[in-house]
Design a binder for this molecule. Structure first.
Ligand SMILES: *[C@@H]1O[C@H](CO)[C@@H](O)[C@H](O)[C@H]1NC(C)=O
Ligand SMILES: *[C@@H]1O[C@H](CO)[C@@H](O)[C@H](O)[C@H]1NC(C)=O
Ligand SMILES: *[C@@H]1O[C@H](CO)[C@@H](O)[C@H](O)[C@H]1NC(C)=O
Ligand SMILES: *[C@@H]1O[C@H](CO)[C@@H](O)[C@H](O)[C@H]1NC(C)=O
Ligand SMILES: *[C@@H]1O[C@H](CO)[C@@H](O)[C@H](O)[C@H]1NC(C)=O
Length: 235
């Protein structure tokens, strides 16, 4: 009776709900490159009488169980995910799982659930974003006798940012045109191009940096050397 009153008061003042979410430390989002591994971790910040920790994928209509840990039965992974999901840290206070070889289908939100005696549950959600980013492809070609065309392409999902810079005699020239193509598999190929006046006597450094979201960028650097002495003197 007294218990119910206290619970009712806690709920009325919104303390109970707030308390629940503050008791678990987890990341709101994690990112992983397609084909790599994604990790999820939940830490219960207060010592509780946890019976079981389970992990679920949140689907539009339900939650699908991926894995569970109890001290009695140890680690159990849903057989449908046995090659895909595993525990990196199985405990009743801290729990971490990984998802191997992530693809676009693995995108979405995941839930860790601490079952606590007597029937209280604490849960937290982490969402996974899967990105794709291929190595940049840098092309340098001569156009007529006076111009050099430098272009850099990158394919990714979501659309990558391509930053092309040309460094010549310590002066930077940013790439000045950019074209995007949507590929059928959902990736976007972005090509950035710079047209330079050819300067025969000067080394030119071309640098192309590509990135998606806040994932580590990839970079390709090329030196276009000054033409040989002999050639230079003929001018
Ligand atoms: C849970 O993880 C935290 C941080 O990694 C660590 O400080 C703590 O000792 C862990 N608790 C248990 C019970 O393993
Ligand atoms: C990773 O997933 C892709 C797409 O489902 C599949 O084609 C590929 O064989 C998997 N690679 C490994 C190492 O399991
Ligand atoms: C790029 O900029 C250079 C020099 O600023 C200019 O000569 C060239 O026409 C520009 N190219 C495009 C495609 O805008
Ligand atoms: C490519 O896809 C984006 C996002 O779906 C869309 O806004 C854009 O118009 C598309 N571009 C082309 C050239 O189809
Ligand atoms: C998607 O298409 C692009 C361009 O055709 C290709 O480079 C990339 O490898 C494809 N990605 C996958 C996962 O098949």
């Amino acid at each position: 009776m007294a218990h119910r009153t206290v619970l009712h008061l806690l709920c009325t003042f919104g303390l109970f709900q707030k308390g629940l979410t503050d008791l678990i430390r987890t990341r709101r989002t994690v990112m992983a490159a397609a084909g790599e591994e994604a990790g999820f971790r939940c830490e219960l910040l207060q010592s509780k009488d946890v019976v079981q920790v389970t992990w679920h994928k949140v689907l539009p209509d339900r939650e699908e169980t991926l894995a569970a840990y109890t001290s009695r039965y140890g680690q159990r992974v849903n057989p449908a995910f046995k090659d895909k999901v595993g525990f990196t840290d199985a405990g009743l206070q801290n729990s971490s799982i990984f998802i191997r070889n992530v693809t676009e289908e693995d995108e979405g939100c995941y839930l860790c659930l601490f079952n606590i005696d007597p029937g209280d549950d604490l849960k937290a959600t982490t969402c996974l974003q899967v990105y794709e980013l291929h190595e940049p492809v840098l092309h340098v070609r001569e156009s007529g006798s006076e111009e050099t065309v430098v272009s850099c392409s990158a394919t990714g999902r979501p659309a990558p940012t391509v930053t092309l810079t040309v460094l010549r005699d310590n002066v930077h020239f940013p790439g000045n045109s950019s074209v995007s193509v949507n590929n059928t598999n959902g990736t976007v190929t972005v090509t950035s191009t710079a047209v330079l006046t050819r300067l025969h006597h000067m080394d030119t450094e071309v640098r192309c940096a590509v990135r998606v979201l806040s994932a580590p960028q990839k970079e390709e650097v090329r030196m276009i050397p000054a033409e040989g002495e002999e050639h230079f003197h003929t001018h």
